[in-house]
Design a binder for this molecule. Sequence first.
Ligand SMILES: Cc1ncc(COP(=O)(O)O)c(C=O)c1O
Length: 367
Amino acid sequence: MISVPLVDLKATYEPIRKQVLASFETILDKMGLFLGENVQAFEKEFTHYCGADFGLACSNGTDAATLALKAFDFKPGFEVIVPSHTFFATVESVVHAGGVPVMVDVDPKTYCLDPERIVMAITPDTAAIMPVHLYGQPADMDAITRIARDRGLKVIEDAAQAHGASYKGRKAGALGDAAAFSFYFTKNLGGFGEGGFVTAADSSVYERMKLLRHHGHASKFEHVLVGHNMRPDELQAAVLRAKLPSLDENNAKRREIARRYDAAFSSLDVITPYASPDVEHSYHCYVIQTDSRDELVHHLAECNIGTGVHYKTPAHLQPAVRTVPHRAMPMAVTESLCTKCVTLPCYPELLEEQIAHVIDEVTKFLD
Ligand SMILES: Cc1ncc(COP(=O)(O)O)c(C=O)c1O
């Protein structure tokens, strides 16, 4: 039987195998492992790709979000508005940065922060809004930016799932005051290990990020800030440099597969992903909603089709949040989504027969 894994990491390696191995050889021959020429070149390339003003590679996406928040030096007790329907790292990053996560419901169509609900969550302690461009769809950035500007708040994008996605022609990473990316290996742009990236619109924020990333190190043995070890490594930078040139083409392939799924499932009793006319979705995840989610997951597993559930338990109901100061607003949309959403395989390396197998089996089950 045809097998369709949810992700196929080996398939992402094949096209770049030679280039990556050659780069690894050069790096390992020199033993220049950290913050070397690949990291510096990749920082320029990805910052330019996003259309951001400043950019810095770092250790992973959780650290990137933490670094972005810490760079603003908010006053103690600061609150950050985040969605609850996200990977838990969004919330963790606020806590790591010393802030209080304020979890807010998402828009039922886009699954991103609902601007009207953001307004209801703002208090005198609110310092920032951190929209997550969930599944590869940028949040409603005009509305969010307006809310933030009117109240003197910062907007920090969690773009961990949105490499190459755009909003009104501008790419994720250049839509706020700062942004955080993950290069976890399953991402649209992923390394073969861990990696992350921050962008900033302001040079002083960027300079602070740079210090915080590397032990507050201003010069040899001079530490001007209590920072972190959030350094990126050369090997991952070499992989990312090899992959970046095909990111747009690969995102286009994801969009094409998504269009085919949308058309095939249009007469079924499922909710297919909504893509706002303002965005170019990058389909990090192709997520449908069905009342028989668990049964569908089971059926597809029996047909050798991998699925994911992003996310089964929302952040505000995770046991971990009870251990830290936080606030949670009403969550009707999030809590419903968590019982119905399922992620189907959607990546550029999918073969024709694999796409057809997914369509056939989803249709067979739900028709
Ligand atoms: C929305 C979101 N934020 C943050 C992260 C954290 O990234 P990392 O796993 O690289 O730490 C992820 C990773 O999956 C994510 O999906």
